[in-house]
Design a binder for this molecule. Structure first.
Ligand code: DON
Length: 641
């Protein structure tokens, strides 16, 4: 049996937990509260962010949290690869150089938007390679005999992992949409694992994480059994290099072959849940991306099992009824008020309705309707907050949340990267181990960390998960089910360009929340933005704020990435600010009646930041690519040619 460490800090928590300090205080890499002591200080939000300038490139751009991963993607683009080739190269490279979140033992989403009919007939693709609950998982698996959630069980150790999807997802992407083949795109990752890379100071500090110290292989590989790696030291991972070489030769081995047997044997020997059958059953799911509209632009975004897209669309729909710049500048109290009230309302729907679409029927079209957004707007006062406890959903749009609207038809640390290739094809991808270094467990002798994505499920209705999210039975644990996510890879473009004969069809199609095939004769509209971030429950509000900062407030993409963040997720009813947020604005929000919290206010060691926006904008004037790398992290970069 695995050992579980009770979270001793729980005793003073309110019944609805605020965002764990780990999410909003020290690390955007979200170590859970109990492990926070291990967190070093990340960089602060730059005070002069409005004056910063993006990286500029004519042809192609890669933006990631790690400079070695950015270089891997750029190398592949220069060798003739497309955005998908580069994305797969970055995905595998991050698994080596960014073990906090980059992974092959986790899962994620990849949104691919072709710039023309030459790639996938012009059709956008959303790859769901989210982790899946193992066959032995059950709705009450994290409850004790008294029906209480067992602290940490879904977060650390052998019972916390879902069946990993990253290898399936990345190799599927390469095989179906790439040009260069696995051997070529995985070569940079294999080299980085075998020859090693110089550890950035921030990252060397991250490797002190408490969850790694608890498992023998993790302690040996990442902490040299207590002789910690120093900033600048070369970190080599020979076991991981061998694993990646085997995957490059035969990706099926991870799910069906010898490697699957090794993973299953390791799990069985340690009381873990993932079996050979679970691995063999795992499939990548190609899903139809969601389509929203904002200020004349198309917003292509993540469908369930991510909550990100539909919640983003609801937020934008509510905000399209306001002229935000007329209320004040970016991050002004008046703008924040309207945006937060939209956040609150959309997150209420998130907690009541969303889960794995293969296990639930969800009212997405209705949630995305303009009429519903207009009805919500009527409940937003011009100045004061609506307390979440008093929020009443407009009647007549959605089924009552308490009726059985979630029938089971058959029977949810993270990193984001953005890529645009020389043809204008775009990839927006967010993938994760959930909390920093996932479950803390490294599969021996394969050298990769397993996720703790099981915590994204509803362990018990009404009890917050690691991100303080209250979720419904739609997200209850069931074998083969994928946990609800907040990851929101998003691509913004101009509407398609259609001949007069196809305009009516195009308009009709654009009224659906699902992206429908381009009508004959139409070409994809111009690319404008590639967006996304980690940060658990804060992901959606970070993406929304980045989008609003650029589209409404005309910040450049670098300033948008670095702008200080605010967040509200309905419950807990607290307006949260990064530590660097201007004091006067926070006080103004308090004066309006908001309960406010400044991240890590009393923790001098913590920068009090969250999220990590790795963004690309296409300059609408000259078509130049503009890269914005989030300066909360000192070791990533935007680069292009
Ligand atoms: O899928 C989700 O929503 C979470 N597992 C993401 C976790 C995350 O972003 C942690 N990192 N900051």
């Amino acid at each position: 049996m695995p050992t579980f460490q009770p979270a001793s800090v729980d005793s003073f928590r309110p019944s609805v937990r605020v965002l764990p300090s780990a999410t909003v205080s020290g690390r955007l890499l979200c170590l859970p509260l109990a492990l926070l002591a291990a967190c070093p200080a990340p960089a602060q939000v730059p005070a002069n962010y409005l004056n910063e300038q993006p990286v500029r490139a004519r042809h192609a751009m890669v933006v990631t949290i790690h400079h070695d991963a950015t270089d891997a993607g750029l190398q592949i683009l220069r060798e003739g690869g497309n955005a998908v080739d580069a994305a797969v190269a970055v995905g595998f490279a991050l698994a080596v150089v960014y073990p906090e979140a980059g992974n092959i033992g986790g899962g994620g989403f990849m949104l691919i938007r072709p710039s023309s009919r030459q790639l996938n007939g012009g059709q956008p693709v959303f790859l769901d390679y989210r982790e899946e609950a193992p066959g032995s998982a059950g709705a009450n698996m994290y409850l004790d005999a008294a029906g209480n959630v067992i602290p940490q069980m879904s977060i650390t150790g052998f019972h916390a992992s879902g069946v990993p999807g990253a290898v399936a997802g990345l190799t599927f992407a390469e095989q179906h949409f790439g040009r260069l083949g696995l051997a070529k795109v995985m070569a940079p990752a294999i080299r980085l694992a075998r020859e090693g890379f110089a550890l950035p100071a921030q990252e060397a500090g991250d490797l002190h994480a408490g969850n790694l110290a608890r498992f023998a292989a993790s302690r040996r590989i990442f902490q040299r059994d207590g002789n910690y790696y120093q900033p600048g030291e070369i970190f080599r991972q020979p076991q991981l290099a061998a694993t990646l070489e085997r995957i490059a030769r035969n990706p099926a081995t991870f799910y069906h072959g010898k490697m699957a047997a090794q993973i299953a044997a390791f799990e069985a020997a340690n009381g873990g849940m993932i079996t050979a059958q679970d691995l063999a059953r795992y499939r990548v799911k190609e899903r139809t991306p969601l389509l929203g509209h904002y200020r004349g632009l198309q917003v292509l975004t993540a469908p369930p099992p991510s909550s990100g897209g539909i919640v983003l669309i609801e937020i934008l729909n509510m905000l399209s009824g306001y002229n935000l710049p007329s209320l004040g500048p970016d991050r002004s109290a008046n703008q924040i008020h309207m945006i937060v009230e939209a956040f609150r309302r959309a997150y209420m729907d998130r907690s009541d309705y969303l889960g794995d679409p293969d296990f639930n029927r969800m009212p997405l079209e209705r949630m995305a309707s303009e009429a519903y957004a207009a009805a919500w707007r009527k409940t937003i006062g011009p100045f004061s907050p609506t307390p979440s406890a008093k929020l009443v959903r407009p009647a007549g749009f959605l089924p009552a949340a308490s009726t059985p609207l979630h029938p089971q038809l058959d029977s949810n640390q993270t990193t984001h990267f953005s890529i645009v290739d020389a043809d204008g094809n775009a990839v927006s991808s967010t993938y994760t181990l959930n909390f920093g270094f996932g479950s803390g467990v490294t599969v021996d002798p394969l050298g990769f960390l397993l996720n703790d994505e099981m915590d994204d499920f509803t362990s018990k209705v009404g009890v917050p998960n690691g991100f303080g999210l209250i979720q419904s039975s739609a997200n209850a644990i069931a074998p083969g089910k994928r946990p609800l996510s907040a990851m929101t890879p998003t691509i913004v473009s101009e509407p398609p360009v259609c001949p007069a004969s196809a305009k009516a069809v195009a308009e009709r199609q654009s009224s659906s929340v699902y992206y429908l095939p381009l009508p004959a004769g139409c070409e994809p509209g111009k690319l404008r933005l590639v967006l996304g971030s980690p940060g658990g429950s804060t992901i959606i509000t970070t993406v929304a704020n980045d989008l609003i900062s650029v589209v409404d407030n005309h910040l450049n993409i670098q300033a948008a990435a670095d702008a200080p963040r605010f967040h509200h997720q309905y419950l807990p009813d607290i307006l949260q600010f990064e530590k660097a947020f201007p004091v006067a604005t926070v006080d103004a929000m308090k004066a309006r009646g908001y309960s406010t919290r400044r991240a890590a206010e009393f923790d001098e060691k913590s920068a009090g930041v969250w999220g990590d926006s790795e963004l690309i904008e296409v300059d609408p004037a000259g078509g130049e690519l503009l890269g914005g790398h989030d300066h909360r992290h000192t070791f990533g970069k935007a680069a292009g040619y």
